[in-house]
Ligand binder design. Sequence first.
Ligand code: IMP
Ligand code: MG
Length: 187
Amino acid sequence: MDNKDQLLEVLSSETIKTRVCELGEQISRDYHGRPLVLVGILNGAFIFVADLVRNIRNPLRIDFVRLASYGSQAESSGRISITKDIELDIKDTDVLVVEDIVDTGYTLKYLKEVLKLHNPASVRICCLIDKKERRKVAVEVDYVGFDIPSGFLVGYGLDFNENYRHLPAVYHLNPVYKPEGFMPSDR
Ligand code: IMP
Ligand code: MG
């Protein structure tokens, strides 16, 4: 951790805990006890998934995907590929995709199309943070933890160059070192 980076808390761990609990309740109600497959997106969603699943009362199986997007740290380009695919059979099953942040929307639009090729009963999306003002492509997000329009965020699974994922709260980052293409003021 570069202790010169400035971190400003935007979501406390208590705030996150309360909201994750509400999301779990809402999801449990909406699916009326039906079996679900939850697909978490690695790496960013790993903590959110771990907390969310403990608040879901449906019969639940859990799988993960990992996606690579080509572009700068600041923004995905729309060229996405799967580097770790799902391993469970999702045919005729309700699928809930769990993501950390929806930003341009490229990642989730692509993943939703790929998952639909497996003929699931339904595909819905749950994200911790929605930056919907920054959307480049339309994607329907069914469950949103928090709307945060701007700022580069770290903590609770979210990283900057793989740092800060372990922090229990979500922070706005003002890095001392700014890689090429990184424009905090633009986010
Ligand atoms: P997009 O919706 O395809 O642009 O990509 C969203 C992905 O970009 C998320 O899964 C995050 O991994 C990453 N991302 C977007 N904004 C942030 C941020 O503020 N902090 C950390 N990662 C971010
Ligand atoms: Mg991610």
